[in-house]
Design a protein around this ligand. Structure first.
Ligand code: NDP
Length: 324
């Protein structure tokens, strides 16, 4: 069995040498335990800030994904059962059931969807936009990183709510997907045009909700476009994760329009899960939520996947597929 370890604290965007793939024996389950095989491993932007301190060196990367029970000596977890877990980047491992959540996917949907639109990133978009952002039908919305796992769902939920939606992204391919497949009203390629001028042109009626994923110049640009009592749910600030400073200069603009800026964590919104799963399953099946995936095959590619997030290599969710 293999594990992904952090062996050196990165400076700036991580490189492959900061990680190691460590091979050891596959642990056998004791009475009351199961042996699990990773199916999908998740790599997520939030992991980067952890690499500076919270992630222990020479130990499995914190994280999780979907795994399958392959041997069971447990009273209720059967062989073949799929589970979600947060037990680290490990290929095969044992558990007494603590930290496992049984996953019984809709057989008409691909399992991978439970790693994004019907998983953590989907709930992040749903809770952040509808609860924290208090989105109302027909509002003016800006979503940054709009072609990513969270952003693509947030932008399309806003379209479902009959909003005018502007998205930003860093490549022409992703911009094209947002325009033609996701149906956004305007799309900005921030690598091709300066974000501030482009956002001004794309938001003739201002912004009621800015779904913030990037920070820095994106936040600065949005701050000059906010309408009265606008909301900025702060989901992430990926432009700051590899070091540096957010460099925000336009915070003054929150005062006169009475803007609410509110950070949030998806972990606080478990109570919405049932409603979220019901809504999202229906939206996916009816084609109202579309998604992209960038799948890297092979457990050992997890570091490459994590690094790729900070280089914009993913369209939609970045996934590591370990087994069928
Ligand atoms: P994505 O699928 O959006 O992947 C990351 C994307 O970020 C890249 O593809 C790239 O897209 C963009 N990006 C990378 N570096 C920069 C940069 N310097 N400036 C601007 N854009 C950049 O990841 P997720 O959907 O998983 O996460 C999106 C955001 O949501 C992150 O900020 C993350 O931390 C946050 N998040 C927050 C949660 C919470 O509970 N608060 C939970 C989950 C995620 P492009 O090519 O378009 O630049």
């Amino acid at each position: 069995s293999r594990e992904i370890h952090l062996v050196r604290r990165p400076s700036g965007i991580p490189v492959e040498e900061d990680f190691a793939v460590v091979t050891g024996p596959s642990p056998e389950p004791a009475e009351g335990e199961v042996q699990l095989q990773a199916v999908f491993v998740s790599v997520d932007p939030y992991m980067r800030p952890r690499l500076d301190a919270d992630q222990p060196l020479n130990a499995p990367m914190l994280g999780g994904g979907i795994a399958r029970v392959i041997k069971s000596r447990h009273a209720s977890l059967r062989e073949g059962q799929l589970v979600r877990h947060a037990l680290g980047m490990r290929e095969r491992f044992v558990s007494n059931g603590a930290g496992l959540t049984a996953l019984n996917p809709d057989p008409s949907l691909p399992l991978s969807v439970y790693m994004h639109a019907l998983g953590m990133t989907g709930l992040t978009a749903y809770a952040g936009l509808l609860e924290v952002g208090a989105l109302k039908n027909g509002e003016q919305v800006f979503v940054s990183t709009a072609a990513g796992a969270v952003g693509s769902v947030a932008a399309q939920i806003a379209k479902i709510k009959d909003c005018y939606v502007v998205g930003s992204t860093g490549s022409e391919d992703k911009a094209e997907w947002l325009r033609t497949t996701a149906g956004l009203d305007a799309v900005i390629n921030y690598k091709a045009t300066p974000i501030a001028a482009a956002l001004q042109a794309a938001t003739p009626k201002g912004i009621d909700v800015y779904y913030e994923n990037v920070g820095g110049d994106h936040l600065d640009a949005a701050l000059t476009r906010m309408n009265l009592r606008g909301r900025i749910p702060v989901c992430g600030m990926i432009s700051t994760y590899n070091g540096g400073h957010d460099g925000v200069r336009n915070l003054f603009n929150v005062i006169y329009p009475r803007i609410r800026i509110e950070g949030f964590l998806v972990g606080d919104f478990g109570h919405l899960n049932e409603r979220f799963i019901e809504d999202m399953t229906a939206w996916i099946k009816s084609g109202r939520i579309k998604y992209q995936e960038t799948i890297l095959d092979g457990f050992a590619r997890a570091p490459e996947g994590l690094i790729g997030l900070f280089r914009g290599y993913n369209s939609g969710k970045m996934l590591i597929r370990v087994a069928d």
